[in-house]
Design a protein around this ligand. Sequence first.
Ligand SMILES: [Fe+2]
Ligand SMILES: [Fe+2]
Length: 391
Amino acid sequence: MANGLLLPAFAAVSLVLRQFVPVVAGFQRPQDLVALLDSDLAGAVGGGLASGLLALVTTPIILRMLGVVSRTTLYALAEFENPLLKQIAAKTPGTWAHSLAMANMADMAANAIRADALLVRVGAYYHDLGKSVQPEYFIENQEGKNPHDGLAPEVSADAIFSHVTEGVKLARRHKLPEAVVEFIYTHHGNGLLEYFWHKNMAAGNPKGLREEDFCYPGVPPQRPETAILALCDAVEAASRTLKDPDLDKVRQLVRQIVFTKLDQGMLNESGLTIPELQKIGQSLVETLRSSFHVRVKYPWQREEEAREASAPAAKAPAPAPAPAAASAPVVEEVIPLAAKKREKPKEAPTPVPPAPGEDPAWARGSAERPRMVTMPLGGRRPDDPTGPSRK
Ligand SMILES: [Fe+2]
Ligand SMILES: [Fe+2]
């Protein structure tokens, strides 16, 4: 019924307009369109619409060319409902907890030097994405058995390295912006995986591997944001090894990590200045200090402590020292791999270099050192499509 009335009403209005508007405006009908296009009103409305459309189409292209990620994209990536973040949280809960702790540290540190805090936060969420491919090879996700126990050091190293190469592949497959992918291949830089290098040397380096064979397949941070994340990654992992942390211990830890990264040249291309590094260090100390703040002890905790303190006194006087053979077996302390202290093997034989032009065994893959299922050959090689790429 309503539709039936609309048509005649529209016809009547158009008839009136056709008769009177040209007369009132003084236009001749064939020139109406030209006059309309020439009017200021049409220019304002049409120009606004056209420029809006043009900006809508060209902005993503220009941002991509400049390597900049829009705020909208970053906020979308920081949503915990994002499928990739859900994958990290579900498959690698330990890594996810580490990433969340890092995100807060990195956010504060970035604000301290006026870097892009939101970009760093998003980088922190995704930096260990590759661990979700083989979670069991990373100590924070292990429950009981450690698969590295039965592996040669170089095979273990491959498993660890694969979280960088697989992370890059996964991120690019899911069309993450390149500025976010950059956090994946720079957070370890091309540094040495010390734990397994020293394990290899302590075993006598039977395959004659080189130090380079135990270096991460990445590049050092190329901008302040990625450098902040690399520092936070090392500090967060190492802070978990602190026993009874206090301000001095935290300060010492942060200093040691910042100086080591500087000494290794890992910050040379980041664009960070020394005053900025100082501010970042102070911010990291402050964030860690507040995360380790002391809580008031519950009564049952006090009772437990009192019981433990009185336990030795209650025991019978210590007998003569037991013979060495009867002493308890030494249990190796479980600590994050990245935080293992540098220990030189007592007697390391000189490594046998591979023949000229020959690839190291780990890059070829062999019966003794099979490639990890998900580790592409030579992540650092220029011909590797999954390797780091920068404009
Ligand atoms: Fe990592
Ligand atoms: Fe990490």
